[in-house]
Design a protein around this ligand. Structure first.
Ligand SMILES: Cc1cc2nc3c(=O)[nH]c(=O)nc-3n(C[C@H](O)[C@H](O)[C@H](O)COP(=O)(O)OP(=O)(O)OC[C@H]3O[C@@H](n4cnc5c(N)ncnc54)[C@H](O)[C@@H]3O)c2cc1C
Length: 325
């Protein structure tokens, strides 16, 4: 890598640019090796400049939001990890909100989902309650078509502003993203390889688009009503999903069934490799009990897949993405 790249970033970002930064500190699974270079832009202009520089210097880079959908191997990432901290929200004015029942909110891609859901609730905006327990960012949710309780980004998003593979800023409407269940055309190469049933045609540059911000369509509602719905969703999560270091659902649900039900039926609930465990509470959640490695988790994934295939002839597809060699 050319010297000017890291010198320039170090001067511009100070402690927001680091070498050999442990990704275990930036992923919800709390495991994984280091990023060779790590930078945390806080405005859209900074984010655009960082991505543009990385491309100019031909440095491989990885966008990181909440790190809530990534399993990072021990080798880490041999390039630049861009930790997205762009976090402005443009809410409609009180006047706009009181006359129009449907309103548009513009939210930048580094905004954290539960935080945004709570801010919407306080303003009496409904339509984003489903995101209350999901520890990712808007950018990750746009890529992954995150969702819960019958709702998802595909139904919420009007359009998003992206940085194209040739560094142009463009707005794309929701249908451009080719949304399916936990899938969009932007979803990473790793997961595409692990999702052989996905028939959407993608170009190799699809994963090079960067989400800058999104416009979401929400509706006016009473604060109490929205907060009550979020409370119900939170309670449901607490009763059914483990707390602590996890990565959310490991596998997508196969058609007409649930990955968690299938794994549980094989008797693998509580099964452990090293310090990684298939949750005794919810079999589609894997836990890092403290000190687990990606190798342990990959062994658990393999066991779950193989056993479900042997017993039910169903191929489980990963919902998460694996990073590193
Ligand atoms: C406890 C827990 C509960 C969860 N529950 C749910 C749930 O109910 N429903 C659900 O759908 N998911 C759930 N998840 C999974 C996860 O939170 C979501 O899928 C979320 O979308 C991941 O967002 P992120 O910002 O963490 O993405 P990351 O994990 O940081 O990144 C995921 C992918 O998106 C890319 N990416 C991130 N930001 C950008 C950007 N701005 N531009 C371009 N690419 C980008 C990354 O490069 C990577 O390929 C859960 C996870 C946890 C840990």
């Amino acid at each position: 890598m050319k010297k000017p790249f890291s010198v320039a970033f170090s001067q511009q970002f100070g402690s927001r640019f680091r070498l050999d930064e442990p990704l275990a500190n930036h992923t919800t699974f709390r495991l994984g090796g280091p990023a060779k270079f790590w930078v945390a832009p806080e405005t859209i202009d900074e984010l655009v400049a960082v991505v543009t520089s990385a491309r100019q210097y031909k440095v491989p880079f990885l966008m990181l939001g909440g790190g809530a959908n990534l399993l990072v191997r021990e080798s880490g990432f041999n390039g630049l990890v861009i930790q997205n901290r762009v976090n402005q929200v443009n809410f409609p004015t009180v006047e706009q909100q009181s006359v129009e029942s449907a309103v548009t909110v513009e939210v930048e891609s580094g905004v954290v989902l539960p935080n945004f859901a709570r801010r919407c609730a306080k303003r009496g905006l409904s339509g984003f309650e489903w995101a209350i327990g999901i520890p990712g960012t808007i950018g990750g949710a746009v890529v992954n078509n995150s969702g819960a309780y019958g709702n998802d980004m595909a139904q919420t998003m009007y359009r998003a502003e992206l940085l194209s593979p040739t560094n142009e800023r463009v707005w794309q409407f929701a249908d451009w993203f080719l949304y399916q269940y936990r899938f969009s055309r932007l979803k990473g190469r790793t997961s595409r390889l692990m999702s052989p049933t996905v028939s959407v045609k993608r170009t190799t540059t699809d994963t090079d688009w960067i989400v800058l911000r999104a416009e979401l369509q929400l509706t006016s509602a009473s604060v109490a009503e929205v907060e009550q719905r979020m409370k119900q969703f939170n309670n449901r999560r607490k009763a059914t999903q483990p707390a602590g270091a996890t990565i959310g659902s490991m596998f997508k649900n196969p058609p007409n069934d649930y990955a968690g039900r299938l794994i549980e039926a094989t008797g693998l609930k509580g099964y452990q490799v090293g310090q990684a465990q298939i949750s005794p509470l919810h079999a589609n959640f894997f836990q890092n009990l403290g000190g687990a490695t990606a190798t342990d988790v990959l062994a658990l994934i393999e066991t779950a897949r193989k056993t479900v295939h042997e017993q039910f002839n169903i191929n489980l597809e990963l919902e998460i993405e694996v990073v590193g060699d």
